[in-house]
Design a protein around this ligand. Sequence first.
Ligand SMILES: [Zn+2]
Length: 216
Amino acid sequence: MLKPTPFFILLVCFILLPVSCLAAAGPLSGRIIVLDPGHGGTEDGAVANGVREADVNLAVGLKLRDRLAAAGAAVVMTRTADRSVASPGSALPAELQARVDLSRAADADIFISIHANSHFKPETAGVITFYPPERPTELARAIQEGLVGQTGAVDKKIRPANFYVLRNSEIPAVLVETGFLTNQEEARKLADCAYQEAIAEGICQGVVRYFSSRER
Ligand SMILES: [Zn+2]
């Protein structure tokens, strides 16, 4: 068994130092971000064209988590598996409140809920970022811009909405609809790993831009 010499320890420190410095100096360092992949467990969300919303939301959420963490953020996920957040069998308000509670407990800076959409017209496609009514729109604008820029999806603009997780968040909160599963072409894309990466990259860029514009 080799005993680590002081030189060896010093060498390891030199190798590790630049890595930790990079993380500490990342554009999102010191930020706490809650990511909420919508639905999960017995709640499928929208299901169309063979694609289940809960699965897309989680896949995008995990990819986004990795990007935000690489930029220095502390990321809190409401779920990292195909399950509910409240105890199984809870009513919908309790399920949604459990997600809000997690965000409050984390003392987070921003809350991002990830969803995919459905519409009775199959031709309807595009991305929408919702924000709570009568609250600032900067975060929603930055994320929508990043998302449209990275995916090339139809820009269905930012919109106010009274969704539970938005109206009950005290911090800047958005609910991102990443596309329409009822649109055959968009459903195929939303299930595609590379497209999910593009969504994650777009949202991440929007978050970085949001925080950097607040520092000026
Ligand atoms: Zn949904």
